[in-house]
Design a protein around this ligand. Structure first.
Ligand SMILES: [Cu+2]
Length: 133
């Protein structure tokens, strides 16, 4: 009797486990479909002709895409590189995470010191009331 109950319990557990795996894989595949879509224009840094084409602002903690249209490698490196220091090879696209604190972050390319820009991190929808939050 005990053995039968144990086997029944084990079978139920296996079924639940299988259902969980199926649910997770369904979830994962739909997320993949979204992440491979076109990134928001506001979260995109284009690099072309040894110049950074920066978005006006990005939100704190946003995922930023760097698209390098040049043949050579560049990097998006904050003056205080602890904030971000991301390399992108020629013709490639990578992402990094914006700093979590609003502010202006001067940046450069490690390979081409003349390449400079500023990443502005701000809550977009607060406008002039940002200081009141
Ligand atoms: Cu460069």
């Amino acid at each position: 009797m005990m053995l039968t109950a144990f086997h029944l319990l084990r079978r139920v557990t296996l079924l639940f486990g299988l259902a969980a795996v199926l649910a997770v894989s369904a979830c994962t595949s739909s997320n993949d479909g979204e992440s491979t879509g076109t990134p928001l224009v506001g979260d995109l840094i284009n690099v072309h002709g040894n110049r950074f084409d920066m978005p006006p602002t990005v939100e704190p903690g946003a995922t930023i895409t760097i698209r390098n249209k040049d043949d050579v490698a560049h990097s998006v490196t904050a003056e205080l590189s602890v904030f971000f220091d991301t390399e992108v090879r020629g013709g490639e696209t990578v992402t990094f995470t914006a700093p979590s604190s609003p502010g202006s972050y001067p940046l450069h390319c490690r390979y081409h010191p003349a390449m400079r820009a500023t990443l502005v991190v701000a809550w977009e929808r607060t406008g002039g009331n940002a200081a009141a939050r």
